[in-house]
Design a protein around this ligand. Sequence first.
Ligand code: PMP
Ligand code: GLN
Length: 376
Amino acid sequence: MSKLPHIGTSIFTVMSKMATDYQAINLSQGFPNFPIDVRMTEILARLAKTDIHQYAPMAGYPPLLEKIAQLTLDHYQRKVNPSTEILITAGATEAIFASIQAFVQPQDEVIILDPSYDCYEMPIILSNAKPIRIALKEDYSPNFEAISQHLSTKTRMLILNNPHNPSGKIWTENDFIQLEKIIENYPDLLILSDEVYEFITFENKHISINTREKLKDRSLIVSSFGKTLHLTGWKIGYLIAPENLLEEVKKVHQYLVFSVNSLAQASINEYLTVFDVNEVAQLYSEKRNFFKHLLKETAFDLLPCEGTYFQTASYQSISDEKDVDFTKRLVTEFGVSTIPLSVFYGDQTDLNRIRFCFAKNDELLLQAAERLLKIK
Ligand code: PMP
Ligand code: GLN
């Protein structure tokens, strides 16, 4: 008997496969199509000739732990101890899985805010706990009234994703103030803050939980070099948390993967001495503007995009098909693969919205726009 009867194949796999099968332009799964920085390929080639190839220490390659501590201090003025408060993981996905497994017990409740990224629910179910899926408002801001109504002593964890995939929404100062207020009386509630797009924000600044005095001691903060350094396939992420929390996550990490790819960690460590993470916001801000400009003449109604490399759009004026059917037709008839938003909801809410990934070179975005212009 399946332990996970409701878990199917990830939409990102499904739509990327469709893109390949139909030789469509893949704007579905979120990954850049441009080559990585030659400085990184040089670092990688040089380090490959050293003796870096054996197990890294369990919590991470020490110089990279130091770099992450420095990054956290520079960006958020938070001083974290690299030896006890940072864990390098096999992508953000492992950080999320290990955090949930470490803390969530059978019958606990975990709040997820829909639309939500797809790797939160499975580890909750695997813990025999209950995912409580609460919809964000229509503009994708958090609905604190609804969250408050579901809070109880059973709520072990609240997962938030900021900047938000798929909408690109960024939490405001006021959102954090409200969150701080409603969880005040629940001291055992932990926050799992998925901030993998922390450096990809545009007009509005990202507020990290690293800067929230009232939250950081009960928070596990997740990030990913996959997003920041255009290296999604390397699967190197990290977790920042107070020592007492991280100790528990390390127990899972130690027996899940033990440690993470040593060559990749050492290469990232060196690359961070020549690459300024602030550059990614500029790059993606230009791409967002370019893509928005290209799509202006199409029948899609573009929604705001404050961060991430995703642009959401409504196709209400084109069709009233269900979004899953619409995205399939986009691939088969028009040669563009995208992501339907309903799959990010527990109740399959269908708002006639889809997600485009614009982490692509200008040529591909242009080609995609030419095809999208034909849809009336
Ligand atoms: N969280 C969010 C919101 C994501 O979009 C992704 C990946 N696209 C992840 C987590 C997983 O990151 P990683 O590939 O580093 O595991
Ligand atoms: N996070 C990526 C996205 O949102 C997908 C990663 C994956 O395929 N697991 O497109």
